[in-house]
Design a protein around this ligand. Structure first.
Ligand code: HEM
Length: 217
């Protein structure tokens, strides 16, 4: 047995690691191609949807540290951890710490909102993608709303801006994309603070799956 294997324990399974680095890559691709006409943006979005679906399932059936039950904490535990972090004496966790766990859930929800509004917009505006027809479907089942929407359309069209019907979806999609970017920046800050506080590279741990073995919650 080598000393490295004795001094560290396996925390992140290979699928969580592949999930994480693929998600980071596809987020960068998606965000930077948002204004382009090519298919790169929608397809990298679908890659993110696939990753999110995988992570949702893995959060219930995956190994110990991949499970939501391992990193979703009560508000009191999250607040206690945040206080400890400010004072510099927060306890070390082998899995995600309470604040990191909260951030992960919020990031996953924000990514889900970004991709859903993106697919709704793509479907409504271009008639393409898995959610094409969802908005039209709603109109059929809501006759009152549709007649009002038509009245609005006529007004817009006579004003020369008929394309604005689904602008709210585009704006929601942009809002969630930017909100996710903000969360990612906070996430990177949290990773840095956690690494300094516990004198270990959390980035390396997410890369090779291993963390220092010592007493922890
Ligand atoms: C270079 C950029 C990034 C670095 C260095 C990084 C680093 C890390 C690290 C070290 C962890 C583990 C935190 C812990 O020990 O508790 C983590 C987890 C996580 N990060 Fe990142 N991250 C990056 C980009 C991103 C991006 C762009 C996203 C989302 C769009 C993201 C989403 C997540 C998620 C969801 C987890 C939880 C992993 C899981 O349990 O499935 N990260 N990240």
């Amino acid at each position: 047995m080598n000393t490295e294997a004795q001094a560290t324990v396996k925390v992140w399974d290979p699928l969580v690691r592949v999930f994480h680095w693929s998600l980071a890559l596809f987020f960068v691709i998606s965000y930077s191609t948002g204004e382009e006409e090519s298919l790169v943006h929608p397809w990298s979005g679908y890659a993110i949807v696939t990753l999110l679906v995988f992570r949702l399932v893995w959060g219930f059936i995956g190994p110990k540290y991949a499970r939501f039950s391992n990193f979703v904490y009560s508000p009191a535990e999250i607040a206690a951890y945040a206080k400890g972090m400010i004072k510099g004496d927060a306890p070390r966790y082998l899995g995600h710490n309470p604040l990191g766990g909260l951030m992960i859930v919020v990031m996953l929800l924000s990514l889900a909102a970004t991709t859903t509004t993106g697919m709704l917009y793509y479907g409504a505006e271009e008639g393409k993608g898995p959610l094409a027809g969802v908005i039209a479907q709603q109109s059929i089942t809501m006759p009152a709303l549709i007649s009002r929407a038509h009245a609005d359309d006529d007004e817009h069209e006579s004003a020369g801006d008929g394309d604005e019907k689904y602008e709210y979806l585009e704006e929601l999609h942009e809002f969630f994309g930017n909100f996710t970017l903000l969360l990612v920046l906070i996430h990177l800050g949290g990773v840095l603070v956690g690494s300094v506080l516990h004198k270990e590279s959390l980035v390396r741990a997410m890369w090779n799956g291993r963390k220092r073995a010592e007493s922890q919650p």
